[in-house]
Ligand binder design. Sequence first.
Ligand code: UDP
Length: 238
Amino acid sequence: MDTPRYHRVILKLSGEALAGSQGFGIAHEMLATVAEQVSEIRKLGVELALVVGGGNIWRGISGSSQGMDRATADYMGMLATVMNALALQDALENAGMATRVLSAIEMRQVAEPYIRRRAIRHMEKGRIVIFAAGTGNPFFSTDTTAALRAAEIEAEAILMAKQVDGVYDSDPVKNPNAVKFDKLSYLEVLSRGLKVMDSTATSLCMDNNIPLIVFNLKDKGNIYRAIMGEPIGTYVGR
Ligand code: UDP
């Protein structure tokens, strides 16, 4: 059997990825796609933790642009990620996997509180950990959460599941001549202002040398290919 390139990874799912073509909320078929792909990875014995966004339900910045207090709007965004985390947990458990949701904001009735050592222990026992409520702090993003948690649990890479198949020099939806990058450095991402992740998250990955693999979630088997080290999407590293 082929040997995976990575043994402990973070899978970052944006809220948008869960919305699928409906563009809002949680699409059942996207949950099923994630569950199917994640179960392939579990069979390889790879330790996997998920960080889920909330943009399919609420983004702090849209609330604050309407005059809402930014911190309040951001806490609403963090709560949105908890809803997504519970939906993912349900889908993964239905597919026969053991999971734990660890929330950065305490809500003991629905999730365990985030405790680093506990997260690692769950993963060692073969459970899939889902990190909810972002970092627990306003003014951050779930991309930064992925970078932070990856550094904390010593993940070897962050798999960034997107709606597009990699990083382009301009928006491929608007520009048919947009060119896809196979490989980029963190500094190129920052200096060109490429929309891979926000600059706080990119800097954290750069400082801790955590590679990113950006790929399309909708192509079945892509999470597996990324774990095996196949050249898919765009690789961001040193
Ligand atoms: N958020 C936050 N702190 C965090 C993570 C998230 O305040 O550590 C809020 C922020 O308002 C953000 C929302 O939660 O807009 C949803 O997260 P994000 O935009 O990262 O989701 P995604 O774009 O991945 O769907």
